[in-house]
Write a protein of this length. Structure first.
Ligand code: GLN
Length: 191
């Protein structure tokens, strides 16, 4: 059974855990630096990227997680998790892992349009249910970054080698196809 680590310091990690378990994988909650043994994949959930970034450092997890990502472990960053992965953040001084060569803008839909839903194409999938909550958008991508989804012309999902960065919340709702896409990456990695 695949073991998927879910960063569990802040944000909506429970929803990720439920979906990952529903899809037949074992969840490993990552709450401190001792939790990180033998994983097949890593999920960085939504929440507040500033708070998460601080906690990861205070708990001594930053270097370990960054090494796992740079070592090729498949990682799915959603919303705040995408911000943690991004090389550049256009409207924030903070920088986190910086392993994903893209630029994001935090809270890009403003305060008025805090949350909304869309049904859009994702890679070869159509009508994927997408829930956005105070979401970032990807405003620039470097070479070799594959764009998986756009909504209203804005880039909302990318893939770069072992990393996936997604503005919306694939763990919410009934549509499990984006999570299955990620778990296939994990399975190929572990083969
Ligand atoms: N607004 C949050 C941030 O900038 C991200 C929102 C989310 O993860 N749902 O960190």
């Amino acid at each position: 059974m695949m073991r998927i680590g879910v960063l569990a310091v802040q944000g909506d990690f429970i929803e990720h855990e439920k979906m990952v378990e529903k899809l037949g994988c074992q969840v490993v909650e990552l709450r401190n630096k001792n939790d990180m043994g033998s994983l097949d994949g890593l999920i960085l959930p939504g929440g507040e990227s500033t708070v998460q970034g601080k906690l990861i450092k205070e708990l001594g997890m930053f270097d370990l997680l960054k090494d796992l990502i740079e070592g090729g472990l498949p990682v799915l960053g959603t919303c705040a998790g995408l911000i943690l992965l991004s090389r550049n953040i256009s409207n924030d001084e903070a920088r986190h892992f910086q392993t994903l060569p893209v630029t994001v803008e935090r809270n890009a839909y403003g305060r008025q349009l805090g949350s909304f839903m869309s049904a859009s194409a994702f890679g070869s999938l159509s009508d994927v249910e997408m829930t956005f909550i105070r979401a970032p958008v990807i405003t620039a991508v470097e070479k070799d970054v594959k764009i998986l989804a756009r909504v209203d012309e804005k880039i909302v999902a990318v893939e770069y080698k072992n990393q996936m960065g997604i503005s919306f919340h694939p763990e919410l709702g009934e549509d499990t196809r984006v999570m299955e896409y990620f778990l296939r990456k994990c399975r190929n990695f572990s083969k």
